[in-house]
Design a protein. Structure first.
Length: 202
């Protein structure tokens, strides 16, 4: 005769899955809090206690999941890059002609930078360290390569249509597009009108 599982056995079976969900949620909260902390204070001035407090966790859990402060910073970098890549993948650049698609992509990059200042802040910090943390990331290729491939396909379509000249390098094109918004936003405090007038008066 087949018997139905008891409530106690069901609870025991559900416990490991619940613990995994709790662990994933805790890790995600820590990572989100770390992005905010590193964006505001950089790597050297970021504090584990503030991250733990914002994440509703403990400093011990920061090191349990990420190993070290630098490990947490690397994970935060990977996180903001991954968010950008997901947003880029959502673009439907193959639905319009190449020239319109390129304009759409340029507008997207600018809008994303404006709406996600934490991305600019973390990149500014990482540039101070000469990309030391990104180079140690096992995800580096996954984070950077897709957008270059996306632009490569767009360039090929443009070349076939006669809209683009031949020989455009997609990586260099992306660098040119990204640098327009990045330079302005990362230097906005020294390039605003008041600062410019102040500097030009001396």
């Amino acid at each position: 005769m087949r018997t139905e599982p008891s409530e106690a056995s069901l609870a025991r079976d559900a416990a490991p899955a619940r613990r995994r969900r709790d662990a994933q949620a805790t890790r995600a909260r820590i990572l989100g809090a770390a992005v905010i902390e590193f964006a505001r204070h950089g790597l050297s001035e970021a504090r584990g206690e503030r991250i733990a407090q914002r994440a509703r966790s403990s400093e011990r859990m920061l090191y349990y999941y990420f190993g070290s402060k630098e490990g947490l910073f690397r994970a935060a970098l990977e996180s903001v890059y991954a968010s950008l890549r997901e947003a880029e993948r959502s673009l439907r650049l193959d639905e319009t002609d190449a020239l319109a698609a390129l304009e759409r992509f340029c507008r997207f990059v600018w809008r994303y930078y404006v709406e996600h200042p934490e991305f600019i802040s973390l990149l500014n910090t990482e540039n101070l360290y000469k990309a030391r943390h990104l180079r140690r990331s096992a995800q580096l290729g996954e984070l950077v390569s897709p957008v270059v491939g996306l632009l490569g396909g767009l360039i090929e379509r443009g070349e076939r249509a006669g809209a683009f000249r031949r020989g455009v390098d997609p990586a260099q094109l992306y660098l040119a597009i990204a640098s327009q918004g990045y330079f302005y936003l990362s230097n906005r405090h020294t390039l605003d009108r008041k600062s410019t007038r102040l500097n030009s008066s001396h």
